[in-house]
Ligand binder design. Structure first.
Ligand code: NAP
Length: 298
C-alpha cells in the first residue's frame, strides 16, 4: 500500500510505518547473498570489537554476533579491557585491515570515555566500515560514489520506499544536522534516484524559527536527540513523520517526536520499532557488500 499526502486528515488517523518488515526484507536479501558467497567459496566475515564491560554494550554486541551467525557470517570477536589504550584499539583494527579474510569490522560504541571513537574509525579500512561513518565513506556519499552507507539514513530511505512513501520531488525537512543522521540523510535523500530525489531542507539551532520550515514539510525527519521537540503544531497536516532522534533515560527510550503528532500526521514511525530495526539491517547489508566487493563481486 502506498502513502499519499493528505491536506485534511482525520484526527488520530496516522498510518504507522514500522521498520521491522523493512528490516526483515533487507536481512533476507543479505542471508541469500551471504549464502551465495559461501557457495562460491568465500566466507563473509564480520569482525566485532568491544572495549570494556559496559552491560548494555556487552548485550548489544552479543545480539549482533548472534544475528551475524544466523545470517551466515563468520564473526571473530576481540574484547579489550576497559583500560585499553587508543594504541591498543588501533592495533586491533590494523590487524583486521591486514587480514584478507576479514571483510567488515564493527566497533561497538560508545567506547570508554578516554578513547576517541572517531580517531579509531580513521584507522579502519574504509571498505570494512559497517557503520558507513569513515570520513572516506562520508566523502563517497557526498560524491555519489559507491561505498558503505551510514546505517540510519540508509535505513530511513529504505523504510520510506518499502512503505510506498513518495519521496522524489517532495519537500523533505530534516530537523538536525548531526554527522550520524541529519547531515548524511540530507545528502542521501537529495541524490538522483527514484527513492530519493527530494527537495531537502536542513534546520537546526541556527534557524530559530525552524517550525516555519517543518510546518511545510511533506516528509519531516526528526534527527535531534531532544525528547518531545517535535509537537503537532510543527507538523503539516497529513505529512509523513519519521522519528530518528532519541535519548535514553536508563533503558527508557525518549523520542524526538511527541506521540501526539499522530493526531496530525498522515503516516508516522512507531515510538519503538521504527528506524532502529532498519539501522541494524543496514549494518549487515554493509557487511555483505564489503564481502562481495572483496570477492570481486561488488
Ligand atoms: N535510532 C537509531 O538507530 C539512531 C541512530 C543514530 C542516531 N540516532 C539519534 O539521532 C539523533 C541525532 O544524532 P546525530 O549524531 O546525527 O546528531 P547530533 O550530533 O547529536 O546533533 C543533533 C542536531 O540536532 C540539532 N538540535 C539540537 N537541539 C536543537 C533544538 N533545540 N532546535 C533545533 N535543532 C536542535 C543540533 O543543532 P546544531 O548543529 O545547531 O547544534 C544538531 O544539528 C540522536 O538522538 C541519536 O541518538 C538514532
Amino acid at each position: 500500500m502506498s502513502v499519499s499526502f493528505s491536506s485534511s486528515p482525520v484526527a488520530g488517523s496516522a498510518r504507522l510505518l514500522p521498520g521491522g518488515p523493512v528490516a526483515d526484507r533487507i536481512l533476507a536479501e543479505v542471508a541469500e547473498g551471504v549464502a551465495a558467497l559461501r557457495a562460491a567459496g568465500v566466507v563473509p566475515t564480520l569482525a566485532t570489537v568491544l572495549v570494556g564491560d559496559d552491560d548494555a554494550s556487552v548485550g548489544y554486541i552479543r545480539i549482533k554476533q548472534r544475528q551475524a551467525a544466523e545470517l551466515g557470517f563468520a564473526s571473530p570477536h576481540v574484547r579489550l579491557p576497559a583500560s585499553a589504550t587508543q594504541a591498543d584499539l588501533h592495533r586491533v583494527l590494523a590487524d583486521f585491515n591486514d587480514d584478507a579474510g576479514v571483510h567488515a569490522v564493527l566497533v561497538q560504541h560508545p567506547v570508554p570515555g578516554h578513547l576517541d571513537y572517531d580517531r579509531a574509525l580513521q584507522v579502519l579500512d574504509p571498505d570494512s566500515d559497517v557503520d558507513g561513518m569513515h570520513p572516506v565513506n562520508m566523502g563517497r556519499l557526498a560524491l555519489g560514489l559507491p561505498g558503505p552507507l551510514p546505517c540510519t539514513p540508509a535505513g530511513i530511505e529504505a523504510l520510506l520506499a518499502f512503505h510506498g512513501v513518495p519521496v522524489a520531488g517532495r519537500e523533505v525537512v530534516v530537523l538536525g544536522r548531526g554527522a550520524t543522521l541529519g547531515r548524511p540523510l540530507a545528502m542521501l535523500l537529495a541524490q538522483k534516484r527514484p527513492t530519493a530525489n527530494a527537495a531537502v531542507t536542513v534546520v537546526h539551532t541556527g534557524v530559530a524559527d525552524w517550525p516555519r520550515y517543518t510546518r511545510r514539510a511533506e516528509i519531516l525527519v526528526a534527527a535531534v536527540g531532544v525528547p518531545g521537540i517535535v509537537r503537532p503544531e510543527h507538523v503539516r497536516p497529513g505529512a509523513v513523520v519519521v522519528g530518528g532522534g532519541v535519548r535514553y533515560a536508563g533503558r527508557r527510550l525518549l523520542p524526538d517526536v511527541d506521540e501526539s503528532c499522530a493526531r496530525v500526521a498522515g503516516a508516522i514511525t512507531p515510538r519503538v520499532g521504527g528506524v532502529g530495526p532498519t539501522t541494524v539491517a543496514m549494518l549487515f547489508r554493509n557487511a555483505w557488500w564489503a564481502a562481495r566487493r572483496a570477492a570481486g563481486r561488488g
